[in-house]
Write a protein that binds this ligand. Structure first.
Ligand code: PNW
Length: 486
């Protein structure tokens, strides 16, 4: 039995564009992801988020699923262009009403809302009028939008995440062009990242000065990072692995904790890496009340034998390959998910410990971790997802070990509550604890959901439930035991 600390926060996560649908309903304005997914060739089979999981029309049903899981919190994002269709100016009250209804339903069910302000879906108007993240003035637009959210929702929302994975917006959106707005450049990722960091700092400044004293919530940023394990014990490979982590996570977390980019980046990126003004540096340093981490996988890192050129692909180095010069590889013994991502639970523990050490023992929340598994278009395969159950169990055991080793891990939110629109891969990858029939909108709990419910309700990984999940009425049985012992 692996018991978690009292008050450990169990949750599940989603993002607006991936689940809501209703893309042109009730006055919502378009975002860069609407434009991108509607452009031929950009997503798997031309899939879009037009309907997605139709969550916009299924609040009660989806909160009921969360309730059944025993979630203590639910992380979702606000679609900026649903509440500000032009990105600024006129407020769409119907959009506000939708989020009010969601928040009220969560609160009524004792589930804490964790709200991400920006999960990549920039209002299209701001892309068209001012080049989106490339314009330094975008940080002020972020701050205005943040203020609106704090004003309208902050009486009930006490946990805010400014940005989700700015690495993805910067590198996949402006480096290799794999995500919206689909730009390809060796310089723009650094500019987009810089403006996102400034945007984060400005939003936090607004919250801390105007809202936090009365609303008493917390605010932070969520970054994503894989673990990089040195391929050999050589000093070169160890340095390469460290450099890879600095280019991936240090790029975004060093400015937030230390006020500037890692020295390894300054050395290698040179003039293409922007400088922070004194004002921005001061606002950034110490601008996160907690460390939000999305973690999915691990790769081996080594000093390359030959100079690496080019940008790097989606499995890339966690930044521009040509700048980092790190050679990545897989261990042949590792199993992979349907994303091709290696399943390496100990990498999660090592990353948590690396963060703990580098950033001075911050409170950490894992705000995403999960997996896509193959064959799950078939409902039967999906509902018997013992592989996902094992994945989650492995990663949670690693989290437990990190806590034992002194890491201040306070919560874990799995990705994702539902199968959903997996960005450029459309509906071809399924990460959900619940299977979704995209034709009818039907949801069905997978075995992993039933198992995760035992963890959330018991605040523990209890080996007794491993056999129970194989039985047909696992939900009732598993949950029944917890009720009796409580
Ligand atoms: C994250 N990569 O995205 C996002 O926060 C989610 O919206 C997404 O559905 C989930 O992870 C699963 O992919 C990522 O290429 C997308 O390394 C791509 C990468 C990392 C994270």
């Amino acid at each position: 039995m692996k018991q978690f600390p009292d008050n450990f926060l169990w949750g599940a996560a989603t993002a607006a564009y991936q689940i809501e649908g209703a893309w042109a309903t009730d006055g919502r304005g378009p975002s860069i992801w609407d434009a991108f997914s509607h452009t031929p060739g950009k997503t798997h089979e031309g899939d879009t988020g037009d309907v997605a999981c139709d969550h916009y029309h299924r609040i009660e049903e989806d909160v009921a699923l969360m309730r059944k899981l025993g979630l203590k919190c639910y992380r979702f994002s606000v679609s900026w262009s649903r509440i500000l269709p032009q990105g600024r100016g006129e407020v769409n009250e119907k959009g506000i009403a939708f989020y009010n209804k969601l928040i009220n339903t969560l609160v009524a069910n004792d589930i804490q809302p964790w709200v991400t302000l920006f999960h990549w879906d920039l209002p299209l108007a701001l892309q068209m009028e001012m080049d989106g993240l490339l314009n330094p003035k975008i940080a002020d637009e972020f701050a205005h939008y943040g203020r609106l959210c704090f004003e309208r929702f902050g009486d009930r929302v006490k946990n805010w995440i400014t940005l989700n994975e700015p690495w993805c917006s910067a590198f996949l959106g402006h480096g290799n062009g794999y995500f919206a707005p689909g730009r390809v450049s060796d310089t723009e990722p650094y500019i987009a990242a810089h403006n996102l960091l400034r945007a984060h700092a400005y939003i936090v400044d607004v919250y801390r000065r105007e809202f936090q004293p009365a609303q008493e919530g917390q605010i932070g940023i969520t970054n994503n990072c894989d673990w990089r394990e040195p391929l050999t014990d050589s000093a070169e490979d160890k340095a390469a692995a460290e450099r890879a982590l600095e280019f991936f996570l240090g790029w975004f977390a060093d400015p937030v904790y230390f006020g500037d980019y890692p020295a390894s980046m300054r050395d290698r990126v040179g003039d293409r890496l922007p400088q922070f003004s004194e004002k921005d540096r001061a606002l950034l340093k110490g601008s996160s009340d907690f460390f939000g981490l999305n973690h999915y996988t691990t790769m081996m890192a080594a000093q390359p034998k030959e100079e690496i050129s080019g940008m790097g692909d989606i499995k890339g180095n966690g930044g521009l390959s040509q700048d980092q010069q790190v050679a990545l590889s897989d261990d042949p013994s590792w199993e992979k998910t349907d994303m091709g991502w290696n399943i390496v639970p100990w990498g999660c523990r090592k990353l948590l410990e690396w963060i703990d050490k580098r950033y001075g023992h911050p409170p950490i929340y894992i705000t995403e971790n999960g997996c896509a598994m193959p064959g799950e278009d078939d409902k039967n395969v999906a509902l018997n997802d013992l592989t996902r159950r094992d994945f989650l169990k492995g990663y949670l055991e690693a989290c437990h070990e990190a806590i034992d080793n002194g890491v201040d891990l306070r919560g874990y939110m799995t990705w994702s509550l539902l199968d959903n629109f997996e960005w450029a891969l459309g509906y071809s990858r399924r990460f959900g604890l619940h299977w979704v029939d995209y034709k009818t909108g039907e949801r069905a709990a997978k075995i992993s959901a039933k198992w995760y419910a035992t963890v959330c309700k018991g605040n523990a990984i209890d080996p007794e439930f491993e056999c129970l999940v194989n039985s047909s009425d696992a939900y009732t049985k598993a949950c029944g035991k917890i009720t009796r012992s409580a």
